[in-house]
Design a protein around this ligand. Structure first.
Ligand code: PHE
Length: 343
């Protein structure tokens, strides 16, 4: 065989072997190619090596150099292919798994918007020194009415306006249990409970559920939340009430809020006012407020000559709804996750 023929045989074989290794798509087809070209017993390289003997002695050195280079190139092509397959771009990997896809987000719970509002209100009032107080939701008429200066024949006690419980009326004149129990209709009950158990000065807020038999519509629900504030000390005046409400309003709604006080009536405050805020382009009723009526102080054993104080009560849902642009109170209690997930 001439040197020329030998060299071109090597060139062709080298291209063929490299292509076979490069296109092997798995370990099995690579092994087939390895045996075909590099096999010790019958591989193509072994065969071509045998041809060396038929080459002219003077050309053997050149032929040997090229043969060594050829063997090393084919071996390198094989090693590269083996490396590619074992580094796992496809071998042994589930073809349906795509690691570049985004993962599943865990579903995280939300704090209910009303609870978020309550936390915020407590924070603002806490900075003014008001501590949170609590009372029961099932009340007796003394705390819900009598001590709040709402006598037996007052329309606020109408069974149509209250959720009376079907419990037996107790007798024996215990003022705390006389009459049917009811779901409290206002958080003012907590004022009475706090004053019964504590001497002045008093500075508390109470946040909780109240119940009234209203037909549910966009602005009414038979259960809602109120925040009640109570401050009792010596020399407390209406100016203090206005200041606390103003500081609260600017903290909660912003510095540019306008506040309006309208004369009103509540049995347990004298004088009484309705408080409105001008917010987002309209006046919103904030709630009721006033100076504690001396009759209430007498009911809890405070001396009205010595102490004065104010109270205010506001609807939590109304503030929450205004803040978040919620237009139907029923959405807050529907339990619909699509609604709740927005907060
Ligand atoms: N309890 C009143 C209501 O439910 C609000 C109020 C609280 C008014 C305290 C004056 C003082 O409407």
């Amino acid at each position: 065989m001439s040197l020329q023929d030998f060299l071109s045989t090597l060139d062709a074989l080298e291209g063929e072997a490299s292509a076979a290794f490069e296109t092997s798509s798995d370990a099995d087809s690579l092994e087939v190619a390895r045996v075909r070209y590099l096999g010790q017993k019958s591989g193509a390289i072994r065969d071509v090596q045998k041809q060396m003997g038929s080459i002219d002695k003077s050309d053997r050195k050149a032929a040997g150099l090229r043969l060594n280079q050829f063997k090393s190139n084919v071996q390198t092509a094989f090693d590269t292919a083996k490396e590619r397959l074992s580094s796992g771009s496809t071998a042994g990997v589930d073809p349906t798994f795509d690691p570049s896809l985004p993962g599943n987000r865990p579903t995280i719970g939300h704090i209910h918007p009303v609870t978020q509002t309550i936390t915020h209100l407590m924070e603002i009032m806490g900075r003014m020194g008001f501590e949170a107080a609590e009372g029961p939701e099932v009340e007796d008429p003394w705390h819900n009415f009598v001590a709040l200066n709402i006598p037996e024949d007052h329309p606020a006690r109408d069974p149509l306006d209250n959720f009376y419980l079907a419990t037996a009326k107790s007798s024996g004149g215990n003022r705390n249990t006389e009459g049917s129990q009811l779901l409290r209709s206002q958080t003012s009950t907590v004022q009475i409970r706090v004053m019964e158990n504590q001497k002045p000065p008093v500075r508390v807020i109470s946040l909780g559920r109240v119940y009234r038999p209203d037909d549910p519509d966009a602005t009414h629900f038979p259960m809602f939340h109120q925040m009640e504030g109570l401050l009792v000390d010596k020399h407390v005046t209406m100016a203090n009430l206005k200041t606390v409400i103003r500081v609260f309003a600017t903290n909660y709604l912003g510095d540019d809020v306008e506040i309006r006080f309208r004369p009103s009536f509540f049995p347990f405050t004298e004088p009484s006012v309705e408080v409105d805020f001008f917010w987002n382009g309209s006046w919103v009723e904030f709630g009721g407020a006033g100076m504690i009526d001396p009759a209430v102080f007498e009911a809890v054993g405070y001396d009205p000559e010595q102490y004065s104080g104010f109270a205010f009560g506001l609807g939590v849902e109304r503030l929450c709804m205004r803040r978040h642009g919620i237009t139907d109170i029923r959405d807050l209690y529907s339990g619909d996750l699509r609604f709740l997930q927005q907060f």
